[in-house]
Write a protein that binds this ligand. Structure first.
Ligand SMILES: C[S@@+](CC[C@H](N)C(=O)[O-])C[C@H]1O[C@@H](n2cnc3c(N)ncnc32)[C@H](O)[C@@H]1O
Length: 196
């Protein structure tokens, strides 16, 4: 599978066929914890590759209002828009992350990086940098393991991520996540990066 095959059609079909093994069914505790401790309620927050929007729903319940959700899969976006139709502050956008062009104070990463073909990793770094306001932060979870089957997901290591991000970001935190969900325990890094 190459990067051209992991397109809108591919992801939309995964949702239509309900082949969504990545979906843990609730907001990742590590991300909710980070947001509560580090993100002011006034900050603008982007969640790219939002999927079923578990994190966004948890943050809305905690009073975060300036949220933007982005995903490439049209049927998924339609469903999420329907579920969140009572909320007038959230923005839900169906677009390719690499074509998106706005700026946010914070961006949250949850199984989006690992869904992209590894050939796009440098583009991901440049695009995340572009989408952040000056001093903006990118935070979330990355796998620290390899996968034997052809991806997605695509894995990686702490060393690889360090090399990848250091040109565009100050690495504030990149350590094994102490509060991963049980099935990912020991296989995830929590990271927080500040735009250079
Ligand atoms: C592995 S899923 C993760 C979804 C969600 N974050 C979760 O943890 O349940 C990857 C998500 O990224 C979306 N996606 C993949 N490529 C994308 C792109 N280029 N632009 C925007 N969204 C994309 C897919 O449609 C899918 O919803």
């Amino acid at each position: 599978m190459d990067s051209r095959q992991l397109d809108k059609q591919y992801w939309d079909n995964r949702y239509k066929k309900q082949q969504t093994g990545w979906d843990i069914g609730y907001a990742s505790p590590a991300i909710v914890n980070y947001v509560e401790q580090s993100i002011p309620k006034t900050a603008s927050v982007l969640i790219p590759g939002c999927g079923n929007a578990h994190e966004a729903k948890a943050l809305l319940a905690k009073g975060y209002q300036h949220l933007t959700l982005l995903d490439i899969a049209p049927s998924l976006v339609k469903k999420v828009r329907q579920e969140l139709k009572e909320n007038t502050t959230i923005q839900i956008i169906c677009q390719d992350f690499f074509q998106f062009d706005r700026q946010y104070d914070y961006i949250l990463e949850q199984t989006f990086f690992c869904a992209l073909d590894p050939s796009l990793r440098k583009d991901y770094v440049r695009q995340m940098h572009k989408l952040l306001s000056p001093h903006g932060r990118l935070a979330g979870l990355l796998f620290q393991r390899e996968f034997s089957q052809p991806g997605p997901p695509f894995g990686g290591s702490k060393r690889e991520y360090h090399e990848l991000f250091q040109s565009h970001f100050d690495i504030l935190h990149l350590e094994e996540c102490p509060i991963s969900i049980p099935s990912r325990q020991g296989n995830e890094l929590f990271f927080e990066l500040k735009k250079k």
